[in-house]
Design a protein around this ligand. Structure first.
Ligand code: URA
Length: 262
């Protein structure tokens, strides 16, 4: 295998983003064959070199795994919970070191992707790649057309304007049930957007991630993504990185990441 950059190797074989890894390397937390290396672009030979982060070996992942999981409500988007609450791990227990791609709230249901491919996951979550996420939302009251239009154009949320999005009424009569498609994934974004205009989200369900629909998965069940689904997500990433190569700013905040404190 050819030499690769230290930060790229760790990104591809761990759950950390390239940006985090660059910081860890600069902070002196990474060793190559026992010697601290503080240069993210340092070239390594994956076959021969032993890479450690905080003393733990970063093993080369031999098989990439991509999973679609139907997250039930009352489940934490995390592989462990110190408080003993139900986690994704209680449903998806494989031999692979999987982690969730982004995060759904405790009470949100629907499609959660899991993988051991850190580079892929971090790109899907990065706002520059503008991967769409589609949610079915039940609101506390019918959504007025003027609020729908304002939300679609973008509103100020915690000091930053939301990207234009799509909102459709699900049924003609009951405008309290809508579908929203976002190209970003800030923390509790859907709830916060509707709350801005006095609507409370009573139910939130993710129906689609990029081109991958939840399909007929049963609640709590999971399946491997089909090759064509993996390729379609990779194509979305490649398309966006080709179109906006000059504009990619890897220091921007990524999609809200899984945590233990939901
Ligand atoms: N937006 C939210 O508000 N919550 C989720 O779980 C996902 C998107």
């Amino acid at each position: 295998m050819e030499d690769i950059r230290l930060n790229k190797y760790i990104a591809g074989n761990s759950k950390f983003s390239r940006r985090d890894i660059d910081e860890y390397i600069i902070q002196g937390r990474v060793t190559v064959n026992g010697v601290t290396v503080t240069e993210p672009g340092h070239k390594i030979e994956p076959e021969n070199d032993k890479i450690c982060l905080d003393g733990e070996t970063v093993k080369q992942t031999s098989k990439w795994v991509y999973i679609a999981f139907y997250k039930p409500t009352k489940t934490i988007t995390s592989m462990h919970d110190d408080m003993g609450r139900q986690t994704v791990m209680d449903y998806v227990n494989t031999k692979y070191n999987l982690f969730p791609v982004g995060r759904l709230d405790y009470d949100t249901t629907g499609l959660l992707l899991l993988t051991n491919d850190g580079d892929f996951a971090n790109k899907l979550m990065h706002p520059n790649f503008k991967i769409t996420k589609t949610y079915d939302v039940k609101l506390s009251k019918p959504l007025e057309e003027k609020h729908k239009q304002a939300l679609m154009k973008g509103i100020m949320l915690t000091g930053k304007k939301t990207l234009p999005c799509q909102i459709k009424y699900k049924h003609n009569k009951n405008h309290a049930v809508v579908t929203i498609t976002l190209k970003e994934g800030r923390n509790r974004q859907v709830k916060k957007m509707f709350e801005k205009f006095g609507y409370f989200v009573q139910k939130l369900h993710r129906a689609k991630y990029g081109n991958v629909p939840i399909g007929n998965l049963k609640i709590g069940a999971w399946r491997y993504l089909e090759t064509k689904e993996i390729n379609s997500l990779k194509n979305l990433i490649n398309k966006e990185s080709t179109e906006s190569r000059e504009n990619i700013n890897i220091s921007e905040e990524t999609e809200s990441k899984p945590n233990k404190s939901d």
